[in-house]
Design a protein around this ligand. Sequence first.
Ligand code: ADE
Length: 231
Amino acid sequence: MSIQHMRIDIITCLPELFDGPMNQSILKRAVQKGHVEIEIHNLRNYSTNKHKTVDDYAYGGGAGMVLMIEPIDRCITQLKEKRKYDELIYMTPDGARLDQRICNQLSVKQNLILLCGHYKGVDERIRKHLITKEISIGDYVLSGGELAAMVLADSLIRLVPGVLNDETSALTDSFQDDLLAPPVYTRPEEYKGWKVPEVLLSGHEEKINNWRHEQSVERTKQRRPDLLNDG
Ligand code: ADE
């Protein structure tokens, strides 16, 4: 069995934003272990004019600049010449709202392109002719798609087999079975009189599993009843 490998190409006009988050912790280890490859592409490098501009005024007027077709198309075309892409994703507040189900579906893909919009967005023809999926990370507007792309990349990478070890296994995450995760505790057993639930100290695996499941259901009922009613 070959190990799964995911490649994510991110197209942005603010590449510096990715320096920190993509080089930390789990993501960094995933890259070092060879499970994932992330490449950031500076849109400016694909501009053909001498000022290296990537945006222009909107036809019809109105506030805000629009990312031009040409640099984006040139970047995408060069990437597609090298490999086949499963999805070309545009990060945008009017896309499909990201949830764990979408993360699970995308986590088995091999090659993804994430396009970060900026200013007022991208020329609509890019969306119409080049983009295969549009994703929003929530009903609020960010100043660009970069933070959204990082959220998506992080949520996918941790699902690639081998990235997480047993202790951090994604199988017990919130949302993985439409339930929120149960509460967790660590030493000491008692702090300022605040005690760890007895059952967790019992060593009785079945009782502990039952308790965790009950807690998950209870927490979901209280905080996210919509998860129980869906599907
Ligand atoms: N770009 C700006 N806001 C966004 C959002 N909420 N999700 C994805 N991309 C965005």
